[in-house]
Write a protein that binds this ligand. Structure first.
Ligand code: NAP
Length: 298
């Protein structure tokens, strides 16, 4: 099987590389190989690369910048996946695509299931919703995994930002009125491959599925920061717990509105794939250990 992986410099793309390498001939496409901001060029690139399976973690992920760069976010997150899905459908190939908890407005008050009504609050969420709809409606064999608050030992993410700020001795104001399901790229990558193994080899069943796929648990950013610092002190990544001040979204204004409560319910994914997601504490600990090992080796 020839597998085309996009977003290979990103958190999830990096975590997927070693796993997908064991599943077939892996073609790693960076931005210069396949530019999502130029959807008009994508079908020709796919004709040339001729993958059996496209795995597409590449996306415009700068949530606040998307408010100003609407066309760019829409091109990468809505138009590009639509072209990929159309190409896959027309050529009997499969597509794995990723979406986000930010397709929801966060007002439900309990964990979201796949059939809940969407209602994005920001441009990023709207662009990802358009992208997932295009894949779901394409007729291509597909899996769409909605995940949330992704972090990894490398990249731009909350865990690394918290560690850096704590080491700089900064006093930290962290919001406690946004709750979600932090998910490690490593555990999402393992889950992705479990879903591929279970669902995509069969050409018998057309269409595909949308799943929520996150580490188990729900915390506010404030509580997540506390657990990061606790784990980091325990491992020796930090000497002391930093001072953390609890604030709310009004006290920490951001350009894009975020949902207040957007944990995702994993039940459907776990039943369908037979893959049990780890707890967010287990994933966080594994990530902190990776960071420690990386720092010791550099
Ligand atoms: N990060 C989160 O908290 C989060 C939460 C929920 C869902 N998701 C979704 O999960 C998926 C993976 O996210 P992630 O955290 O791994 O993202 P990430 O670390 O920000 O990586 C994004 C990747 O997309 C690539 N990319 C961006 N624009 C591109 C373009 N125009 N053409 C080609 N490649 C482009 C980037 O390449 P460059 O290095 O060249 O920029 C990078 O490799 C995405 O679909 C995202 O929407 C993310």
């Amino acid at each position: 099987m020839k597998i085309l992986l996009t977003g290979v410099t990103g958190q999830l793309g990096r975590a997927l590389i070693p796993l997908l390498e064991t599943r077939g001939e892996l073609v790693r496409a960076s931005r210069s190989d396949l530019d999502l901001s130029r959807p008009g060029d994508i079908a020709a690139r796919l004709d040339a690369l001729a993958p059996d399976l496209i795995v597409n973690p590449a996306a415009w992920t700068a949530v606040d910048a998307a408010e100003d760069e609407v066309a760019e976010a829409m091109a990468a997150n809505a138009e590009a996946p639509a072209v990929m899905a159309h190409w896959a459908g027309s050529n009997d190939r499969a597509l794995v695509h990723f979406s986000t908890d930010y397709v929801f407005d966060g007002r439900k008050g309990s964990a979201y299931v796949e059939t809940d009504a969407t209602g994005p609050l920001n441009v990023y969420g709207r662009s990802k919703l358009e992208g997932e709809r295009a894949v779901l409606d394409s007729g291509a064999r597909h899996i769409v995994l909605r995940s949330s608050w992704i972090y990894a030992p490398r990249g731009a993410n909350f865990v690394l930002t918290m560690l850096r700020l704590a080491r700089e001795g900064r006093s930290l104001n962290i919001v406690s009125d946004q709750v979600g399901s932090p998910t490690s790229a490593a555990s999402l990558a393992r889950a992705t491959v479990a879903a591929i193994d279970r669902e995509l080899p069969s050409r018998e069943t057309p269409g595909g599925n949308l799943y929520h796929c996150v580490d188990r648990g729900a915390v506010s950013w404030f509580e997540f920061a506390r657990r990061i610092f606790e784990g980091a002190v325990e491992l020796g990544l930090l000497e002391n717990m930093p001072e953390v001040v609890e604030t709310d979204s009004e006290g920490f204004p951001q350009k894009a509105l975020r949902p207040e409560y957007s944990p995702l319910d994993n039940t459907l994914f776990e039943q369908a794939s037979g893959h049990v997601m780890p707890t967010l504490d287990a994933s966080l600990k594994a990530c902190l250990k990776d960071i420690l090992e990386h720092e010791r080796n550099t």
